[in-house]
Structure formats: structure tokens, C-alpha cells
Design a protein around this ligand. Structure first.
Ligand code: GDP
Length: 452
């Protein structure tokens, strides 16, 4: 994700400040200037950045902080809070309920990624046990129905559309009726886009909305427009009852941060972001975990959500129990790697883990990351049960490492490298110790604890 660059710059600025022996006005100013530069490069509106800087300075009044105060922590917390504030619209979105029919209408300009996003949204919910269906009411763009049909077929999601009918209102109405009868709980209506905002587009949206009475209208927009997202989001909001926004192409544009903050400024909640062309390159957008991940602090809620998705139900309590006891053994690391390899786009999963920033595991280097995990696992295959179940890294002395290297056909340096990785992860994961084991649906509480 391109945002990794922004996150990397902010984390580096904070790190440099932490490295300074004394934190005085000069060090704080340098840190804030670095952060300001990074945000402006991401096309965040100047006023928002300036406000953020003023607020941090107000909170972190160095003269007022007694010597005993942990200035670093206070500054970091202030930066975290201000970034969250910048992205928080202060208003939750309507959330559809599984098992109860909801009609969701998608609107946006042509090329914004609307059709792709409709399928991603349907697929995301289908994986969680919903019964989604897609209706193509885009009669303006030739090929829109074919595209939706193709995507829907691939994802095995029922769809409705017509090559003959040119009235989008009629198609939308018929499609919604049909899927209501079939007891679908998420009926997604894709509407036409235009090259630019114009009266005909808004009129058509209004008519489709009147005919289908959507529970939620989702506005889809491309992140490459940066802070211009403010005007676009405002214009759509004024014409239809936009209840939520999905920002696409966050993988390819340096202006993503600007787009997200601009949408928040219109008080519209961003609910998902698109991070690639593929069906599963789609993520829930939640401000705190997002900022936490941006700063390389991990996203526990996202990670736990993934664990619930891929780790077999019967193994979940055991894994979480072991983690909460704080015994991060090599065997747990092995099992984690096994799970990670199953979790799908590995750079996405890695970026959720504290200790692995998106910068360290960039998209496009997935094969390398996977090969590395597999190599580590081969080495661990040569370990004894005692070694795998010990949480004391000192047990792995030189002669044991030599044996593992020989057994797995790798070099001793590689075994040492794996042990270093293990120690680093064990340190990060030791934060899990003593935590209440979350059940499904309790993820955000865990995330709050972890990020505190
Ligand atoms: P529509 O005209 O708004 O329906 O847009 P489409 O769904 O046809 O998407 C336009 C282009 O954007 C297609 O090539 C999509 O593959 C691409 N696209 C959509 N979402 C994303 C995303 O999140 N990341 C990237 N890189 N491309 C995307």
C-alpha cells in the first residue's frame, strides 16, 4: 500500500525524536515538521495539517511537563490521536444486519471502481455467511453488465441485469424484487456513472433510489484525486442521501491520505478501502486500527478477524489461550506461519501484525515473503519437541543450531536469522500476555487494549 510510505515517514520522525537525548522545543519542532511534510506530500489539506500541528503543540506543552513525565509517550499518543481525529468523520454508518434484507445502492463517477467494488463488497459479505446478490442498473456504460456478470459468476454470486432493457430504474426495481423473493439479505444495486458530475447522472441516481428505496447509498471514489475528494463527496452528498463512502485504488496513489482526510471532513464515514484489482484486495476501514497500522503498531482487530476466518474453529481457543499465557514458543510461530500462508494476500496480513510493517513486507514481494516462511518452517521441522515447545531461546545453543542447519540443508546463519526473527516476534507477542481472550465480535475491545 502506498500509504506505507506515509506511515514510514511519520514513524521515522517519531523514532528520531525518541533517539534524541533530551526532548526540547527544537526536537519537537523537527519531528512535527517532518510529519507535516509527509502529510502534505500525501495531499492532506494544508489547514488540517496546520490544525494538527497546533493541537499537538497545545497538548505537549514542554514547559508544563514535569521532568518525570514520559514526553516521548505523550507526543506519540498526541500524534496518534490527532491522526485519528483527522480521519474520523464523527458519525457511524448504517450497518446492514445478516439475515435481514438490506438494499445497498452504489453510486460514483465512471472509472472510480464502482462495479469492481460492488463485487468486492458482495464477496466480502458472502465469505462471512451472508446471501448477497448483484443488480446491474448501469445502462449507460457499454459492457458494464458483462463486467458485473463476469465478476459475479467468478464469485458465485447471483446477479440480475439485461442487455435489452435501457431503463435503469426498471432493471433496478425488477432485480431488487426478484432477490427479495429469493431471501437474499444484501441486495447490491450498481448504478451508472458519468465522466463528470452532471445533472443527468444525479437525476438517474435519484430515480433509481426512489424506485428501490435503498437502506444505504454508498459513494465510491478514486483516491488519486487527493484532497479534491472533498468537493466530489460534497456534490454527491447534496444530490443523494450518501450514507457511506468507499475509497478505491489506495494501493496505487500517493494521495490516499489526502482523499481519506478530505472525505472525513465532509462528515461521511469511509467504511472500506480498495487496495488492488482483485476481489479480496478490499479492507474494512476503521480509523484507530488503520492509524495504528500506518504507524507500524499493528492492527490487532484486523488480525484477529483474519484468525477467525482461517484458523479452524476448534483450534482458535487453544491458540488464543496459548498467546494469552504469553508463552510464544517456536511451535506457535510454526503454526502461525502455517496460518499466515493460508490467509491470502500475505502482505495484507503481515501489515496487520505488530512488528511487521507494510514497508517491511511490501506488496509485490509476496513470493519472497512466502518462500522465507517456508524456509523457516523447514528448519523448524528439524527441531525436537523440546526445542519447539520451549519459550526459552537460550536453549537453542550453537550445537543445536548446527544440527538444525544440517538436518534442513540450510546454513547456520539462516538458522540464526530465524532465531532472531523468533526473538523479535516473541517480544512483540508478549504483549498478548494476560489479555482477556476475545470471542467473535469482541475484537475492537482487544484492539483498544493492544494499542493502548
Ligand atoms: P466503474 O466505471 O466505476 O464501474 O469502474 P470499474 O469497476 O470498471 O474500475 C475501473 C478500473 O479500476 C478497473 O480497471 C479496475 O480493475 C480498477 N480498480 C478498481 N478498484 C481498484 C483498486 O482498489 N485498486 C486498483 N489498483 N485498481 C482498482
Amino acid at each position: 500500500m502506498v500509504l506505507a510510505q506515509l506511515g514510514g515517514s511519520i514513524s521515522r520522525a517519531l523514532q528520531q525524536m525518541s533517539n534524541a537525548t533530551v526532548i526540547d522545543e527544537k526536537v519537537l519542532n523537527e519531528c512535527l515538521n517532518e510529519i507535516t511534510r509527509a502529510l502534505l506530500q500525501s495531499d492532506v489539506q494544508f489547514k488540517l495539517v496546520r490544525d494538527m500541528q497546533t493541537n499537538i503543540k497545545k497538548i505537549v506543552n514542554l514547559d508544563d511537563l514535569a521532568a518525570g513525565h514520559n514526553k516521548r509517550k505523550i507526543i506519540q499518543q498526541a500524534v496518534f490521536n490527532e491522526l485519528c481525529k483527522m480521519l474520523d468523520p464523527g458519525k457511524p454508518s448504517f450497518t446492514p444486519k445478516k439475515g435481514k434484507t438490506s438494499v445497498i445502492m452504489f453510486v460514483g463517477l465512471q472509472g472510480s471502481g464502482k462495479t469492481t467494488t460492488c463485487t468486492k463488497y458482495a464477496y466480502y459479505h458472502q465469505k462471512k455467511g451472508w446471501k448477497p446478490a448483484l443488480v446491474c442498473a448501469d445502462t449507460f456504460r457499454a459492457g458494464a453488465f458483462d463486467q458485473l456478470k463476469q465478476n459475479a459468476t467468478k464469485a458465485k454470486i447471483p446477479f440480475y441485469g439485461s442487455y435489452m432493457e435501457s431503463d435503469p430504474v426498471k432493471i433496478a426495481e425488477e432485480g431488487v424484487e426478484r432477490f427479495k423473493k429469493e431471501n437474499c439479505d444484501l441486495i447490491i444495486v450498481d448504478t451508472s456513472g458519468r465522466h463528470k458530475q452532471e445533472a443527468a447522472l444525479f437525476e438517474e441516481m435519484r430515480q433509481v433510489s426512489e424506485a428501490t428505496k435503498p437502506d444505504l447509498v454508498i459513494f465510491v471514489m478514486d483516491s488519486s484525486i487527493g484532497q479534491a475528494a472533498f468537493d466530489q463527496a460534497q456534490a454527491f452528498k447534496q444530490s443523494v442521501a450518501v450514507g457511506a463512502v468507499i475509497v478505491t485504488k489506495m494501493d496505487g496513489h500517493a494521495k490516499g491520505g489526502g482523499a481519506l482526510s478530505a472525505v472525513a471532513a465532509t462528515k461521511s464515514p469511509v467504511i472500506f478501502i480498495g487496495i488492488g484489482e482483485h476481489m479480496d484486495e478490499f479492507e474494512v476501514f476503521d480509523v484507530k486500527p488503520f492509524v495504528s497500522r500506518l504507524l507500524g503498531m499493528g492492527d490487532w482487530s484486523g488480525f484477529m478477524d483474519k484468525i477467525h476466518e482461517v484458523v479452524p474453529m476448534d483450534q482458535q481457543p487453544e491458540l488464543l489461550q496459548k498467546l494469552s499465557e504469553g508463552n510464544f514458543t517456536l511451535r506457535i510461530m510454526y503454526e502461525q506461519f502455517q496460518n499466515l500462508l493460508k490467509m491470502g494476500p500475505i502482505s495484507q496480513v503481515f501489515s496487520m501484525l505488530p512488528g511487521f510493517s507494510a514497508e517491511l513486507m511490501p506488496k509485490g514481494r509476496e513470493k519472497e515473503s512466502q518462500a522465507k516462511l517456508k524456509r523457516y518452517m523447514t528448519m523448524m521441522d528439524s527441531m525436537t519437541d523440546e526445542e519447539l515447545d520451549s519459550s526459552n531461546p537460550k536453549l537453542m545453543n550453537e550445537s543445536r543450531m548446527m544440527r538444525v542447519a544440517r538436518g534442513s540443508g540450510r546454513r547456520i546463519q539462516e538458522v540464526m536469522e530465524m532465531m532472531e526473527e523468533y526473538k523479535r516476534l516473541a517480544k512483540v507477542w508478549s504483549k498478548m500476555k494476560g489479555l482477556k481472550i476475545p470471542k467473535k465480535g469482541e475484537m475492537s475491545a482487544l484492539s483498544r487494549n493492544m494499542n493502548a
